[in-house]
Design a protein. Structure first.
Length: 145
């Protein structure tokens, strides 16, 4: 009886592992769906080393344009869930990181490819334009599906 139970459990475990197969372009993407608030520069570093394409928006809580960009950013993040990581960084809470990345205005969206900043988008951007930029960088990174 124990052998039969053991066999059933092994089959169940192996089917679970097959279902959770990681995307080679963004292994971290399965655990970080939607938009993730980057709690520290270390989290950003981990995302940059884990995923080929990372989209980061810098904001401040009182910025009206940041508030307008937020739903756009969330909708695009849902569209690319699992393939791209979308991070938000509060420039007030992480001023050193903002300074290192030369964030002089908010909102500022930076698209990283293979750990390096490839484009900077100051201000507002619509969903279609942001999606087309991400598609372009997914192709460059070899991750287009």
């Amino acid at each position: 009886m124990e052998e039969e139970l053991k066999s059933i459990l092994q089959k169940m475990a192996s089917s679970l592992v097959e279902d959770v197969e990681e995307d080679p372009c963004c292994p971290m993407g399965k655990s970080a769906t939607g938009v993730v608030e980057a709690p520290s520069p270390l989290y950003l570093r981990r995302a940059l080393s884990s995923c080929r394409v990372v989209v980061v928006t810098f904001y401040t809580p009182l910025c009206p344009y940041c508030k307008l960009l937020e739903p756009v950013f969330h909708r695009v993040a849902e569209e690319y869930s699992g393939r791209v990581i979308f991070l938000r960084v509060n420039a007030f809470e992480q001023p050193i990181l903002a300074q290192q990345l030369m964030v002089f205005t908010v909102p500022l969206t930076i698209v990283f490819v293979n750990g390096r900043p490839r484009t900077r988008i100051p201000g507002l951007i619509d969903e279609e334009r942001l999606a087309s930029i991400i598609d372009r960088y997914l192709r460059i990174a070899g991750c287009a599906s």
